[in-house]
Design a protein around this ligand. Structure first.
Ligand SMILES: [Zn+2]
Length: 337
């Protein structure tokens, strides 16, 4: 999700993938309901229904048993911190995402369906199609998105964009809401600012489709490593904090904490938002980001190269938005005129 402006109304978790092994849950539905209870653990986290947690634990144990020795060592090195920070149910949903990704293997790439951007009155479906090209994104990442839709009304939370994870192996839907735009008499200037906003939000949301919960052929251990690197980075002193240029003047500081950090569910959302934001900065301003936040840059770069080894960030530098004016840089205007 990406929110607009400075308000901190957050807390709403995004739609994530459907729980672990739906068939198993369907079969055990009655049992799950019967044992279902919220409980408080020793850290005060109000969290899990115990039946659900136990099934996830079994699922994770099954997956861990299949790992090679080398992978097992990597998993063991981070598993305690993961259980402590996000809980076993969330780790179970990562196993499930890996299974969904495997079901997708061999799928033929289709461009996302792009719907109703003409209703903005300023930009078109064709502009959005250009924004999904290899000039902007690793193409493997775009494959995770099934449709990109504009809805001509404001979301009450002032959300500019939202990513809804499709169930099972279905691709995700990214929804844009009516943007809150500074009024300008200059139509061309309005158009380029809108394209800049659209690009920034699209990057953030496509990054959500490509985190550790993505349904493509990332391995379980790679996913776990990414998540644990993000956790370490969020809690480090040099965490990315919403640099004005790198965030294209998207002014939450620090954005991910607008979602809270008090319990496991909130923390997982904060980690997802942190990843989406550093990934957006990587895609928007690769050189400046590398210089200012080398560790965050390295986390994203390693992750991209696992699936799209030839993706060249120099193609997308610099830009697209000038930190001083909030306008699209000249080089980028040419692409959209
Ligand atoms: Zn988000």
């Amino acid at each position: 999700m990406e929110k607009f402006g400075r308000s901190k109304e957050g807390g709403e978790a995004e739609s994530r993938s459907v729980p672990v092994r739906r068939l198993v849950f369907a079969g055990l539905g009655a049992v799950t309901v019967a044992t279902s209870a919220l409980y408080h653990d020793e850290r005060g986290d109000t969290y899990i229904d115990k039946g659900f947690d136990q099934l996830a634990q079994m699922n994770v144990a099954d997956r861990v048993a299949q790992l090679s020795l080398d992978e097992r060592l990597k998993y063991d090195a981070v598993s305690n911190i993961l259980v402590q920070k996000v809980g076993v149910t969330k780790i179970g949903s990562i196993v499930n995402s890996e299974e969904d990704g495997r079901r997708r293997e061999g799928e033929i790439f289709q461009e996302p369906e792009i719907i109703d951007f003409e209703q903005t009155g300023v930009i078109t479906n064709e502009d959005v199609r250009k924004a999904t090209s290899s000039d902007f994104f690793p193409q493997g990442w775009i494959q995770q998105v099934g449709s990109i839709v504009y809805i001509n009304s404001s979301n009450e939370m002032l959300v500019t964009g939202m990513n809804k994870k499709g169930p099972g192996s279905e691709r995700d839907t990214i929804t844009f809401f009516k943007f809150t735009m500074p009024h300008s008499e200059d139509r061309e200037s309005m158009r380029y600012r809108m394209i800049g906003l659209m690009l920034g939000t699209l990057r953030h949301e496509v990054c959500h489709s490509n985190d550790w919960g993505t349904k493509s052929n990332r391995s379980f251990v790679d996913r776990i490593e990414l998540l644990s690197n993000i956790i370490a980075q969020v809690e480090s002193k040099d965490a990315y904090d919403g640099h004005p240029v790198l965030s294209d003047n998207h002014t939450y500081v620090p954005y991910h904490l607008s979602y809270g950090y008090a319990n496991r569910a909130e923390r997982m959302t904060a980690y997802q938002e942190y990843f989406a934001d550093i990934c957006r900065a990587y895609l928007s301003h690769p050189e400046l980001f590398k210089q200012e936040y080398p560790k965050d840059w390295g986390i994203v770069d390693t992750w991209i190269k696992k699936t799209d080894p030839n993706f060249d960030t120099r193609k997308i530098s610099p830009g697209p938005i000038s930190g001083s004016t909030g306008e699209l840089n000249d080089e980028w205007k040419k692409l959209f005129n």
